[in-house]
Design a protein around this ligand. Structure first.
Ligand code: ATP
Ligand code: MG
Length: 402
């Protein structure tokens, strides 16, 4: 039996919601491991104890590090509460670590069972002593040791751990309610999504697509980005909204330099309707102040004017360079970097207004049958479920040929 402890961090301050938070984390771990093994989970006040048999430590570490709401985690090795047994286990753990001469170590002992016959200082001295005997090249450093062996004396057993891993942080997936992410194929929106997932928001994706003006590859790009986000979530609901008719109507009736403003206002009207239908509470997008013409304060306020819904913009103050660096870290970079154009790019005006005026925008909107266009788009929304193992249709067809 292998064992691991998971520490919640921020969650520990959440008082009466604690049970719900713990259940969300447990549910998430069960979801992410269900193909591999049924693992046993015991939730305690400040930590969660996992027991399993088959998976390697590395397999589970890969999964746990992508689960929001976890501050840190550590594989632990149980042993009976006997100093000799503890020393033997400590030596055994050290045999699995590559140790370079001159490296530092320390032993940290914690007793939740105060009746144990040795106090913390004595445990540290005794266990540290045998390690030093076996590895004379190691140096003790009580401040900044490279290798830290933690010996915890619990009521039932002693637990040893030698490696501590940082978790993803944030809050358990789904503990902060549900939002709809406006997902394009670019770099920004997937990162905006990742940040909200990390903050505990369950997300559904909404992608506006304009076939035949946009390609199947552009749609698949959005779906594959969704699959990457699903690594940090569970299965994700993906809505494809047909947008070509709306864009054609705009092109026909609206001057070029206002088309983008009106297009975004119509996107938000569609989002509003979907928000009600999907019982979600917030719209999330990848806007970043000043990045493009639609993201000046003037543009954003004119666009925002069509809706009362809460719009969250987690990247509003984040620079493009930092967004790109995050894309590399979370695994969306290589997909966002593919060249397929989405509907905003295909219909992009040459010189969009950076300071659109609301009354002019409204005058032109009056020329469009907006309600009908929105309704027509809504009845044609295609909804699917995307998991982390999603393969695009093209890839599946290709693999079948092999
Ligand atoms: P991204 O911002 O994701 O890199 P982008 O740069 O192509 O994509 P912008 O013009 O910056 O798009 O659009 C701002 C935001 O509007 C996006 O971050 C995204 O949330 C939303 N958005 C743009 N295009 C689409 C689309 N086709 N479907 C859904 N949402 C979109
Ligand atoms: Mg952008």
């Amino acid at each position: 039996m292998k064992e691991m402890l998971i520490h919640y961090g921020e969650l520990s301050t959440k008082g009466r919601n604690r049970k719900m938070f713990q259940n969300k984390i447990a549910e998430h771990i069960r979801y992410q491991t269900k193909q591999l093994e049924k693992i046993k989970i015991h939730a305690h006040h400040d930590f969660m104890h996992l027991y399993w048999q088959e998976m390697t430590y590395d397999d589970l570490i890969e999964i746990i590090k992508n689960i929001p709401g976890i501050q840190r985690f550590e594989p632990v090795f149980p042993v009976e509460k006997d100093l000799q047994a503890i020393k033997e286990k400590a030596l055994e753990l050290f045999t699995k670590v590559e140790i370079q001469p001159g490296e530092t170590f320390k032993v940290i002992a914690k007793r939740s069972d105060k009746t144990f016959e040795y106090d913390s200082i004595a445990i540290q001295r005794e266990v540290g002593g045998v390690i030093l005997q076996a590895y004379p090249d190691l140096n003790v450093d009580l401040r900044q040791a490279k290798h830290k062996l933690v010996v915890s004396i619990h009521q039932d057993k002693a637990y040893l751990s030698l490696k501590n891993y940082p978790g993803m942080g944030g809050l358990p997936y789904g503990s902060s309610g549900k939002g709809l992410l406006m997902l394009s194929g670019g770099f920004d929106s997937p990162i905006a999504g990742y940040q909200m997932i990390k903050r505990g928001m369950k997300l559904e994706m909404v992608h506006f697509a304009s076939p035949p003006y946009t390609s199947l590859q552009a749609l698949e790009k959005a779906k594959r980005l969704t699959a990457v986000l699903a690594r940090y979530a569970t299965e994700i609901t993906f809505h494809e909204v047909p947008f070509a008719n709306i864009q054609l109507a705009i092109r026909e009736h609206v001057p070029d330099n206002l088309s983008m403003t009106i297009m975004r206002r119509i996107m938000l009207r569609v989002m509003d309707a979907l928000l009600k239908e999907r019982k979600a509470r917030a719209i999330v997008n990848g806007e970043s102040l000043g990045q493009v013409a639609s993201q000046t304060l003037q543009s954003m306020s004119v666009i925002n004017e069509v809706t009362q819904s809460l719009i969250l913009r987690p990247l509003i103050a984040v620079d493009k360079n930092d967004i790109i660096a995050m894309a590399e870290t979370i695994g969306t970079y290589h997909i966002s970097n593919e060249p397929y154009e989405d509907c905003c790019t295909v219909f992009a005006p040459k010189s969009p207004w950076t300071k659109p005026r609301l009354h002019t925008v409204k005058e032109y909107e009056a020329l469009l049958p907006i309600d009908e266009l929105v309704k027509e788009a809504l009845v044609s929304v295609k909804t699917s479920q995307i998991s982390a193992s999603y393969q695009s249709e093209a890839t599946t067809a290709f693999n079948e040929l092999l």
